[in-house]
Design a protein around this ligand. Structure first.
Ligand code: FAD
Length: 563
């Protein structure tokens, strides 16, 4: 069932086998996986089914440097479905190398392997509505599908891996009916968990405190509690619950909130591909099950090890939108309407370029002199994006020149000084807000630089094209918009060393036997991949663990035993 938290009596104490805090992708996947196991599940969701400004304001907080990281109430939504209400839907699994301890990536190495997570990826893919769990172009699209570049073959630089696109599925809407009808799940909307109360001694959770914006107050006493409140909020809850564990829960070694990662991303250089536009497979392809897929450029794992590279991918991209010299009507049209686009999707159209009437005039001229492309794009966008149930994932432009910029998406190295702490300020419910001090290092930039050099060498040596980029400007290109948007990773990382991690291989907070974390907060490293598919797979794995631990055992039939 789904009910308002305001229907619970003030002062009440609800009992649950499992209480999940947060109804985003992680919390919903976990609740669904636990359903039908004989357990009573309570899911506390702060938000409502739709946007609610006073609830969203609970996400406000401080950032150390707004050029490097967006304010914490941007790039995440506090409502049922969490940030899947605005995500882009790009699904990519982690690679086996991401789980390895790599000498060139400090603090790397998961206590689980790719093989431990692999059984859960297909279901994560299904929940995300991203089709088959198949991320190799030959396998997913068939060997007859044309390669990314017709004249490029390299064992160092790969072009065969795919990303797949969800509808994009809003988990709150998509699974609302299943959650409403499940007899063993109770979802409470408007239910803000404001504190985790430990039993004396601090080894187990006693109760979770819940407050509503209308002033109701009650508790949930669970056998197991799971924080699925997102990468920033999970650290906030652990740190703010400091009555028994004075440094915050799980923070005996000052690891909560540290190692905070996003991705290193930006558009770089010019890749000129030899041949005709037909020689380049730029854009989306449909898998047989009707899911949009796109190829990327990646570096073979043995070459990553050999050259000491963080895991990084590159996608073919168009020129810088704000610069009207591209003479493209569609890009100029996007620039002109950028203020109508949401903060999250408009941010990269506001790259600090000084605007002037002259700049607007040049963009307007591009729109007027490129009417065919602009009209075709508008028709395509309305039909395949605005009206379609499965949405065309992003703007792709016909490229007549075979010149592309590379959109880099790189793993960020874990760094204990990049961290989330509590601010002096409190929200409307009296909880300290977050203070985000996101940092990157020289190693992050140098790894992208070496990755680009490797790509350039391979294009040169195969004669397939040339890649040029300004090494002096690389840092500026990668940091133009600071940390990559809504990927909040590593603030309650998984590990076997309690001094540098917060949860163990089962996502259980080391020091608290019935407290668990679901979500990208537990990732010890960030991979090249966007986080959601993997955090869903981890939630499903946690669901299996909790079912095993808590579900009632089938009763032994005495007559059979006697026989
Ligand atoms: C613009 C944008 C585009 C993105 N695109 C992609 C993409 O293409 N691919 C990809 O993999 N990822 C993408 N992401 C990231 C993706 O949205 C997140 O990884 C994912 O939604 C995180 O899910 P979650 O359940 O862990 O956390 P959240 O979605 O943050 O959910 C947490 C839930 O907890 C609730 N909550 C918070 N605090 C409390 C509390 N104290 N008490 C009760 N409830 C609470 C919130 O209301 C929310 O519903 C994107 C993000 C953004 C912002």
């Amino acid at each position: 069932m789904i009910a308002s938290a305001d229907t619970v009596e003030t002062g009440a104490c609800l009992w649950a086998d499992v209480c999940i805090v947060g109804g985003g992708a992680a919390g919903i996947a976990l609740a669904l996986s636990l359903s039908g196991q004989g357990l009573k599940i309570v899911l506390l969701e702060s938000g409502q089914a739709t946007e609610h400004a006073p609830t969203q304001a609970l996400y406000a907080g401080e950032v150390a440097d707004e050029r490097l990281h967006s304010p914490p109430d941007k790039y995440r939504t506090r409502r049922m479905g969490g940030s899947t209400t605005i995500w882009g839907g790009r699904c990519v699994p982690f690679d086996p190398i991401d789980f390895e301890a790599r000498s060139h990536v400090p603090f790397s190495g998961w206590p689980i392997s790719y093989g431990d997570l692999a059984p859960f990826y297909p279901e994560a893919n299904a929940l995300s509505e991203a089709g088959r769990f198949s991320y190799d172009a030959d396998e997913a699209l068939g060997p007859a599908a044309a390669p990314l570049f017709r004249r490029f073959e390299s064992t160092t630089v790969r072009t065969n891996s795919l990303e797949r696109f969800s509808c994009p599925t809003d988990f709150g809407k998509r699974y609302e009916k299943r959650l409403r009808l499940a007899p063993d799940i109770k979802v409470l909307l408007g239910a803000n968990c404001t504190a985790i109360r430990l039993e004396p001694g601090g080894r187990a959770v006693d109760e979770l405190e819940v407050t509503t914006l209308s002033g109701r107050y009650f508790k949930v006493a669970p056998r197991a509690a799971v924080l699925a409140a997102g990468g920033l909020e999970t650290a906030r809850l652990l740190l703010a619950s400091d009555d028994v564990a004075h440094a915050g829960i799980g923070n005996e070694h000052d690891a909560v909130g540290r190692y905070y990662m996003c991705h290193i991303a930006g558009n770089v250089g010019t890749l000129t591909v030899r041949g005709t536009p037909d020689d380049v497979r730029h854009g989306y392809e449909l898998a047989p099950e009707g899911v949009y897929c796109r190829r990327r450029i990646s570096i073979a794992p043995e070459q990553q090890r050999r050259h000491g590279l963080a895991n990084t991918v590159a996608r073919l991209h168009f020129p810088r939108i704000t610069d009207p010299r591209h003479r493209n009507g569609v890009l100029s049209g996007l620039f002109l309407v950028r203020r109508l686009i949401s903060y999250e999707y408009g941010k990269r159209l506001n790259d600090g370029t000084a605007t002037s009437p002259g700049l607007y005039a040049r963009h307007l001229l591009n729109v007027m002199t490129d009417p065919v492309d602009t009209t075709a794009f508008l028709a395509h966008w309305v039909a395949r994006r605005t009206l379609a149930q499965r949405k065309y994932p992003s703007v792709i432009l016909r490229n007549r020149t075979n010149r592309f910029s590379l959109e880099m998406h790189a793993e960020q190295m874990p760094n204990p000084d990049s961290r989330v702490t509590l601010s002096e300020r409190c929200d409307a419910l009296g909880m300290p807000q977050v203070h985000v001090d996101w940092r990157y290092g020289r190693g992050d930039i140098e790894s992208v630089d070496r990755t680009l050099q490797l790509i350039a060498q391979e294009f040169e040596s195969t004669g397939a094209g040339t890649l040029e980029y300004d090494r002096e400007r690389l840092e500026e290109d990668l940091m133009r918009f600071g940390a990559y948007g809504g990927h909040h990773i590593g603030t309650a990382r998984m590990g076997s060393d309690v001094r540098t991690s917060v949860v163990n291989a089962d996502c259980q907070v080391h020091s608290v036997r019935n407290l668990f974390v679901a979500g990208s907060a537990v990732f010890p490293t960030s991979s090249q991949a966007n986080p959601t598919l993997t955090l869903i797979a981890l939630s499903l794995r946690l669901g299996k663990h909790l079912s095993r631990r808590l579900a009632p055992k089938p009763r032994v039939q005495t007559d059979l035993v006697a026989a």
